[in-house]
Design a protein around this ligand. Structure first.
Ligand code: UGA
Length: 437
């Protein structure tokens, strides 16, 4: 199949590279010519494990081609995936300017039948708008279909999520569109759910918001644990083993970040409002998530008493491990809040420091975890990178001015830390010293 992918951002690039791996001929377009020139040489603008090899092997096999010329991509591709950005406006609504521009371009440039597929996360009813826009600008009355095929990949494991999804969702309103999309995914083992376009669009919003809700729920339970002497890790395990609940996304911490959950949640609240429904539940999900960061600062304050003048080591800036993405990362807000209290920050992240330097001021970025920890009054863990799970705690204790760890991701067991003479605070952790198990 000749596939065009418009937008070489996270979703677009992974989609293009994976389709190329499956043997399709893919043209990936972006207006950023510097990015396209780098991609042509196999240089990837983001850190995503395995993506560089996949793009390079696609280039070698001549299955993937990068261009800034959208006109030629539209001319050569029967199926066009739209994966351009839908950034938030000031009021939280998704800005659909880029989607509309692409729809108009397709309308005027398509030489014959095209299937136009929404891949970006868009508000429900965007498919309808794309269809109306193309109809309005498609003076030659060329036949086309619009479809929705939302993506559920997670940053850091995007390729395996794309290639081995739990399900494939296809929203269509014609048999032709359904057949084309089904044939593109023919080699996948996952169940294919075929729906109307609106349902497919909503599945994406509802999935992300549900997962965000799970996190805010477990964080609220963690806060109760702290107040009543229960341990969130045990509670989480106990509820997660119920198959109706499921154990994933029940890790308490400083809250969710990234460019998807916070933005999509906000957008979904706005969409619901526009549709005449007050989605109060989702507003609470957001409130709990914001408050989680404030509670984290309070925890540090409880340990250090006065924050002003203290030095704090922050381990982890990315919004989660295995990515260099710092968009809506809890660490960014937490660092800024601490700086407002007069705290000096020493920080380390295995991948995200280059990005962090563009948004954070007066932070001492260190070459590794131990340099960050040296002479600090408190160590805060904010991202659960694997390498932070096996720190030499004896060395950590020796290097610190005050031996205190505040673990925003519960990567340590309290007893394992305390045996090195370090004070430990997790999120919702309770360690009953009478039972040493
Ligand atoms: C999320 C969804 O998981 C994907 O299915 C979806 O395709 C994607 O958004 C998107 O809309 O494009 P992603 O933002 O890459 O993926 O990251 P997640 O792994 O979902 O993590 C989001 C945040 O939740 C992170 O900050 C993570 O640390 C936090 N989290 C996750 C928790 O605090 N607790 C958990 O138990 C799980």
């Amino acid at each position: 199949m000749d596939i065009g992918v418009i937008g070489a951002g996270y979703v677009g690039l992974v989609t293009a590279a994976c389709f190329a791996k499956l043997g399709h001929k893919v043209i990936c377009v972006d207006i950023d010519t510097a990015k396209i020139n780098a991609l042509k040489k196999g240089k990837i603008p983001i850190y995503e494990p395995g993506l560089d090899q996949l793009v390079r092997s696609g280039l070698r096999a001549k299955n993937i081609y990068f261009t800034a010329n959208i006109k030629s991509a539209i001319a050569k591709s029967t199926v066009i995936f739209i994966a351009v950005g839908t950034p938030p406006k000031d009021n939280g609504e998704a800005d659909l300017t880029y989607i509309e521009n692409v729809a108009r371009k397709i309308a005027t440039e398509m030489p014959s039948y095209r299937l136009i597929v929404e891949k970006s996360t868009v508000p429900v009813q965007t498919g309808k708008r794309i269809e109306e826009t193309i109809k309005a600008y498609n003076k030659k009355k060329i036949k086309f279909d619009v479809a929705s095929n939302p993506e559920f990949l997670r940053e850091g494991q995007a390729i395996s999520d794309f290639l081995s999804p739990d399900r494939i969702v296809i929203g269509v309103n014609s048999k032709k569109a359904r057949d084309i999309l089904s044939s593109i995914y023919a080699s996948f083992k996952a169940p294919i759910i075929v729906t109307d376009i609106e349902s497919a669009e909503l599945i994406k919003h509802a999935s992300n918001s549900f997962l965000a809700m799970k996190i805010s729920y477990i964080n609220s339970i963690a806060n109760i644990c702290e107040r009543c002497g229960a341990d969130i890790v045990k509670v989480s395990k106990g509820i997660g083993l119920d198959r109706r609940i499921g154990k994933d996304f029940l890790n308490s911490g400083v809250g969710f970040g990234g460019f998807c959950f916070p933005k999509d949640l906000e957008a979904f609240i706005r969409i619901s409002e526009k549709l005449g429904y007050d989605f109060d539940l989702l507003r609470s999900v957001k409130r709990v998530n914001d408050y989680q960061k404030i509670l984290f600062i309070k925890k540090i304050e409880e340990s250090l008493w006065v924050l002003n003048g203290k030095t704090i080591a922050v381990l982890g800036i990315a919004f989660k491990p295995n990515t260099d993405d710092i968009r809506y990362a809890p660490a960014i807000d937490i660092i800024k809040m601490l700086q407002n209290e007069g705290v000096k920050i020493k920080a380390f992240d295995p991948q995200a420091m280059k990005n962090a330097k563009t948004v954070l001021k007066d932070v001492k970025f260190c070459k590794d975890a131990y340099s960050a920890v040296r002479d600090s009054d408190c160590l805060c863990i904010i991202t659960d990178w694997d390498e932070f799970k096996s720190l030499d705690l004896k060395r950590v204790k020796r290097l610190m001015k005050q031996p205190i760890i505040v673990d925003g991701r519960n990567i340590y067991e309290p007893k394992d830390v305390e045996k090195f003479g370090l004070k430990y605070k997790g999120i919702g952790r309770y360690y009953d010293r009478r039972h040493q198990d």
